[in-house]
Ligand binder design. Structure first.
Ligand code: AMP
Length: 392
């Protein structure tokens, strides 16, 4: 059975096609700069990569071209071979704690939740509507980034603000990257053959979050009402004292949209280093003696250990800490910086194993009180599996 995974972002659409239940990837690719100048797409099949410049005014054109190209490139012989489509959805609010098959109610909910995710949910909605129009007989499944975090209790998900802000306006912590954290928790449980683990899952990519997991369930997570909270990220600030915002506005004349935009797009390691939001550039900058890059890395690592230390206590002592995401999987330097700081928790690490990039590996030392693993994440596989399980 062929299952398509669709991840529609604000100006991009990523896809992957899998043969299930074998979990064999047949092709993947990205449509970029949708609605902007210079749009193009990339499709990879059997190591062969096709890149084409094309006009993509909306997500609709991206979906149309994708479905045409899957046939033209012989990835499927007929578009009706696709039996299910799994969509990544950023925000499911507090309504969705699991993946589900799309019907009118689900579609309307995704549209209504655009208020909470204005850049993403409208794009998801358009992409689902397009594929439903073009492939009316195919079942669509939605997999929410927020769903895995719905097991948090009030003490974890509430902010200490007037309670009615939660009741009236749904202001609370939702958490994101849930599909990735769930994948990591499942994988670690498989590796250690134990479903009752206390896990600290660190998804460290351009966006980054840490989740405390007990017996497979989320207890707390570092992202909040939006993905801007928690860790220091590529261009997002992570946790800040919100009271400097009116002060900054008075000093600069910035309006609130400007401040919100700068906190999301000009902050994090980009804001501190002034060099880049890409961690590789920061690592290289530090190696070349750039002090701001070294500072950005140090701040990134300190915020990571802050959450790890808190979650270790909250869990009553973690069994495993996992690293995933582009930085967690590949940055030897970031892991070294973080692991070295964790010695008060009785953590030791294996320098040689830590040199491995992008592979599943235990990086803790033999005497470490908490096992530490690199677990490459695979969100699209989770989406495809959920879709397969719900429709077959
Ligand atoms: P993601 O958002 O999960 O795709 O991760 C992107 C982040 O991973 C970027 O900041 C990249 O610079 C970082 N990254 C990818 N490969 C490496 C690497 N080999 N060393 C350090 N950082 C890396």
């Amino acid at each position: 059975m062929k299952i398509l995974c669709v991840n529609a972002g604000s100006s991009s659409l990523k896809f992957a096609l899998y043969e299930m239940p074998e979990c064999e990837k047949k092709a993947d690719g990205t449509f970029e700069k949708i609605g902007l100048m210079g749009s193009f797409y990339t499709i990879t099949k059997d190591e062969e990569k096709i890149v084409k410049q094309v006009s993509l005014p909306t997500h609709k054109e991206a979906v149309e071209i994708l479905l045409e190209e899957l046939v033209n490139l012989n990835i499927v012989s007929d578009i009706n071979e696709i039996e299910g489509i799994g969509h990544r959805i950023v925000h499911g609010g507090d309504k969705y704690s699991a993946s589900c098959i799309v019907d009118d109610k689900v579609l309307n909910d995704i549209k209504d939740l655009s208020e909470l995710a204005p850049l993403h949910n409208p794009a998801h909605y358009v992409a689902i509507k397009c594929v439903m129009d073009m492939l009316p007989n195919v079942k669509n499944v939605v997999v929410f980034d927020t769903a895995y975090h719905q097991t948090m209790d009030e003490a974890s998900y509430l902010y200490a603000v007037p309670y009615e802000w939660y009741e009236k306006y749904k202001i609370r912590k939702y958490g994101f990257h849930g599909t990735s954290h769930k994948y990591i928790a499942n994988r670690v449980s498989e590796i250690l053959d134990n479903k009752n683990l206390k896990i600290i899952s660190c998804h460290l990519g351009n966006g980054a979050s840490i989740t405390a997991i007990k017996d497979g369930k989320c207890i707390d997570t570092s992202m909040g009402f939006t993905p801007a909270a928690g860790l220091v990220m590529g261009s997002r600030s992570g946790d800040i004292d919100v009271s400097f915002i009116p002060y900054l506005m008075n000093k600069t004349g910035y309006d609130i949209n400007q401040v919100a935009s700068d906190l999301n797009k000009k902050s994090g390691i980009l804001g501190i280093s002034g060099v880049s939001s890409d961690f590789r550039d920061i690592v290289n900058g530090r190696a070349d003696g750039n002090e701001k890059c070294a500072l950005a890395m140090e701040m990134f690592a300190r915020r990571v250990i802050m959450y790890i230390s808190y979650y270790n206590t909250l869990l009553g002592g973690a069994d495993v800490i996992c690293f995933a995401g582009g930085i967690g999987e590949k940055s030897v330097e970031a892991r070294e910086l973080i692991m070295e700081k964790l010695y008060p928790l009785g953590i030791t690490f294996n320098n040689e194993k830590n040199l491995i990039r992008g592979e599943e590996v235990e990086i803790s030392g033999s005497t470490s009180k908490i096992k530490c693993y690199v677990v490459p994440t695979n969100e699209e596989l989770m989406i495809v599996k959920d879709t397969y399980n719900l429709i077959h």
